[in-house]
Structures are given as structure tokens and as C-alpha cells.
Write a protein of this length. Structure first.
Lengths: 190, 190
DNA sequence: CTGATTTGCCTAAAGGGCTTAGGCAATTAC
DNA sequence: GTAATTGCCTAAGCCCTTTAGGCAAATCAG
């Protein structure tokens, strides 16, 4: 019988794609086995269990997102960098909703640790790099990291959940104005 | 055999408490049946299915939170009202993490609709009431509603996930400073 | 290239959650 | 007190997870 050529990495990758199609919560060891035309038990040679699979998907997504964010921020500063960074997150969430959800699957930290945590650190560093254009002192800079993270993540989460779709203006119109407001705020933060 | 005295409302209430203990995702028809010392199938006379149960819990939580928010905002305006409102959300999430998570279980809208949606509208109205202290024109007021919602919800989500627990200052220290920054921003929003 | 070892996928089986169907007993209504 | 209703029960089927043990394909030694 021909082998399917599975591996931890291929499962994580296929799982990420599946997450975008059916939602991260619906990604299951069984569904992935069906996708590869393979018995469910066969996947357990490559992932420890369901949590491990989800953690791997989360790590793939968080790393991919960090790569895109790094590219977007490179060579920009201030307001320009802020918009570029914010847009990367929002665009990623809109094109890859399952993967975006996966990035927040924080159980990943306790299961895989290492790579997931490393990707998380890259994100923090990128936000701090953008904030260097606003010269803030500690602890204000940390407050600002948290403000940006909260607002961006919060907006994306609510938009993905459809919270903005039943009222005017469109979610896409409010977005740049809100990022601009944050830029103004950062510029004048004591 | 003595009856347990179940009802949709009691299940929703017990489910909410269970959510705070074990996490909203772990609230299951089976777990709830165990809690009442009753056979699993018995719950199906009171809730349509698992989604219905979760939607009821979400509605209980969203309504309870709206009540608390309304009380907190009553008689306050401007910065004062903003802090009071924001604190209600954060405190609720910290004391009732399972219930807070439940409030964002938006599948609830499509299952139960009515009450859940009504509670959601109350939240929007409260935020708009607070914003009346900052006189903003449309569409800026809507942008501001979304900014506040995003930042507050985002911060709470990240804090609950432990994202702020491995760095200084504490999540409790950044919070009032971030809300103050939002107050300043709203005061000067074009 | 052949034989031994490793590795990949398989079958089998057990446990748990969800859900429906149908029955008996406790409660409520008359 | 009897009849109608309602509440909880047993039984059974389906899906997902996970472990154990086996056979065959790939890989490695000589």
C-alpha cells in the first residue's frame, strides 16, 4: 500500500488550510485524516494528540504572520509604519480567518513552547520597533504596546465575528480612521 | 424517583457557573447532566441541543453584564463614565472568565437571536451614552464606539489569555493609563 | 543486491460527547 | 380519584480521541 507521506509539518500546513476553510475549532484529527485519505490512528505517529496538532497550526500561523509583519514594517516609520503593521494583521485575518484564530490559541505556548513563544516575541519586537518612531518612555512604551495590540486584535476579532456588519460605515472605512487616531494619540502621549 | 427540577433557565444559570469554573469551551451537555445527577438525555427536554445551551449561557452573561454596565454608568459622564464602563467589563471578565468568553459566542445570535441581540444593543447604547460626553459627529461617533469596543475587548482578551503576565508593569497598572489615553484621544478627535 | 532494521500506516477496541426514540412514573388538572 | 401532561429514564447510533499491536514499505549494512 502506497504511503501518504505524512509528517508533522505537512499536517500542520494542511491543518492551517483546513482551518481557513472550515474554522479553526472544526479542525480535528479525524478531518485531517480524511483529507489525506488515511486512517485516523495514522496521524498519531506525527502529532502527539489533538492539542499538539492545534499548537503546531498556531505556530505555523503566528510565524507566517510575523514574517509578513516584518516585511511590511521594513523601511517605514511613524504613521506609515503603524498603518502598514495594522493592515498586515487585518488583511491576514481576513484572508486567513482560521489561521488568525489559531494564533490566539494560547494553549500552544504550554504545549510546544519554543517556536510559538519565539514567534510571539518577534511580534512584540515589531510593535516596539514601530513605536520607536514616537519616542515614548517606559512604562508608557509598554502601555502603548498593549494599547496597539488590544485595539488591533480587538477590532479584528469583532469584525471577524460580524459585529460591525450591521451598521454604517463599513468596517473597512472605520479602520484607517481608528489607526490614524491611535497615531495622533501616540504622538501626544505624555 | 424524585425529579431534579430542571428548566432551560436553571440549565443556563448552572452552565454559566460551570463555565467560570472549567472554561466556557468545557461546558458540555454531559458535564451539566452530571452536575445535576441526571441522565444526559434528560437535558434535551429543556434545551434543543448543545449550541442552544451555549447560546442561553451567552445570553445570560451578556444580559448580566449589560445590567452591571448600566448601573456603573448611571449618574456619571466624561472620563468618569468611561473609566466606570471600562472597569465593569474588565472586572466582570476577571471574576467571571467563562461567562465573559460566553458573551462573545456569537453563534448565539443565530440560535436564540432576540434576547441576545437585545442585550447586545443595550451595550452599544451604553457606549454611545458615554460618548455623548465627548460630542463627536457621525461617522466619528461610530468610529469611537468601535475603537472603545475593540480596545476594551482586546485588552481583556489578551489579559485573560495571559499575554500581559510575563512583563512589567502589571496588567492592572497599564489599564487605567490606557483608558485615560483614550479619554484624551476622544476629547480631541476631530 | 540481500537481509535486517526502522518507520509508516493499518486494524481493533475502548472511552466520551451528542442526539433521537420510546417508555414509565411523578405531577398537574379536572 | 382519574386523566392528561410532563420529566426523567433506558437504549442505541454516530462522531471524535487515543492506545495497542501488526504488517508492509522504505532504509541501511554488508
Amino acid at each position: 500500500m502506497a504511503r501518504a507521506g505524512l509528517s508533522g509539518a505537512r499536517l500542520a500546513q494542511a491543518g492551517a488550510e483546513l482551518a481557513d476553510e472550515v474554522g479553526f475549532e472544526q479542525v480535528t484529527v479525524s478531518a485531517l485524516a480524511r483529507h489525506f485519505g488515511v486512517q485516523v490512528a495514522s496521524l498519531y505517529s506525527h502529532v502527539r494528540n489533538s492539542d499538539d496538532l492545534k499548537a503546531r497550526i498556531a505556530t505555523v500561523a503566528l510565524t507566517e504572520l510575523a514574517d509578513q509583519a516584518a516585511t511590511a514594517v521594513a523601511g517605514r516609520a511613524g504613521r506609515d509604519a503603524l498603518h502598514a503593521l495594522a493592515d498586515v494583521y487585518r488583511d491576514y485575518a481576513r484572508t486567513h480567518p482560521g489561521r488568525y484564530t489559531a494564533t490566539r490559541h494560547t494553549a500552544a505556548a504550554s504545549v510546544l513552547g519554543e517556536q510559538y513563544v519565539a514567534a510571539g516575541r518577534r511580534h512584540s519586537e515589531l510593535v516596539r520597533a514601530v513605536l520607536r518612531g514616537y519616542d515614548l518612555d517606559e512604562p508608557t512604551e509598554t502601555d502603548a504596546v498593549r494599547l496597539l495590540g488590544s485595539t488591533i486584535h480587538g477590532y479584528i476579532t469583532l469584525e471577524l465575528a460580524g459585529s460591525f456588519s450591521h451598521s454604517e460605515p463599513s468596517a473597512g472605512d472605520s479602520w484607517p480612521r481608528i489607526i490614524d487616531a491611535l497615531d495622533t494619540l501616540l504622538r501626544s502621549w505624555s
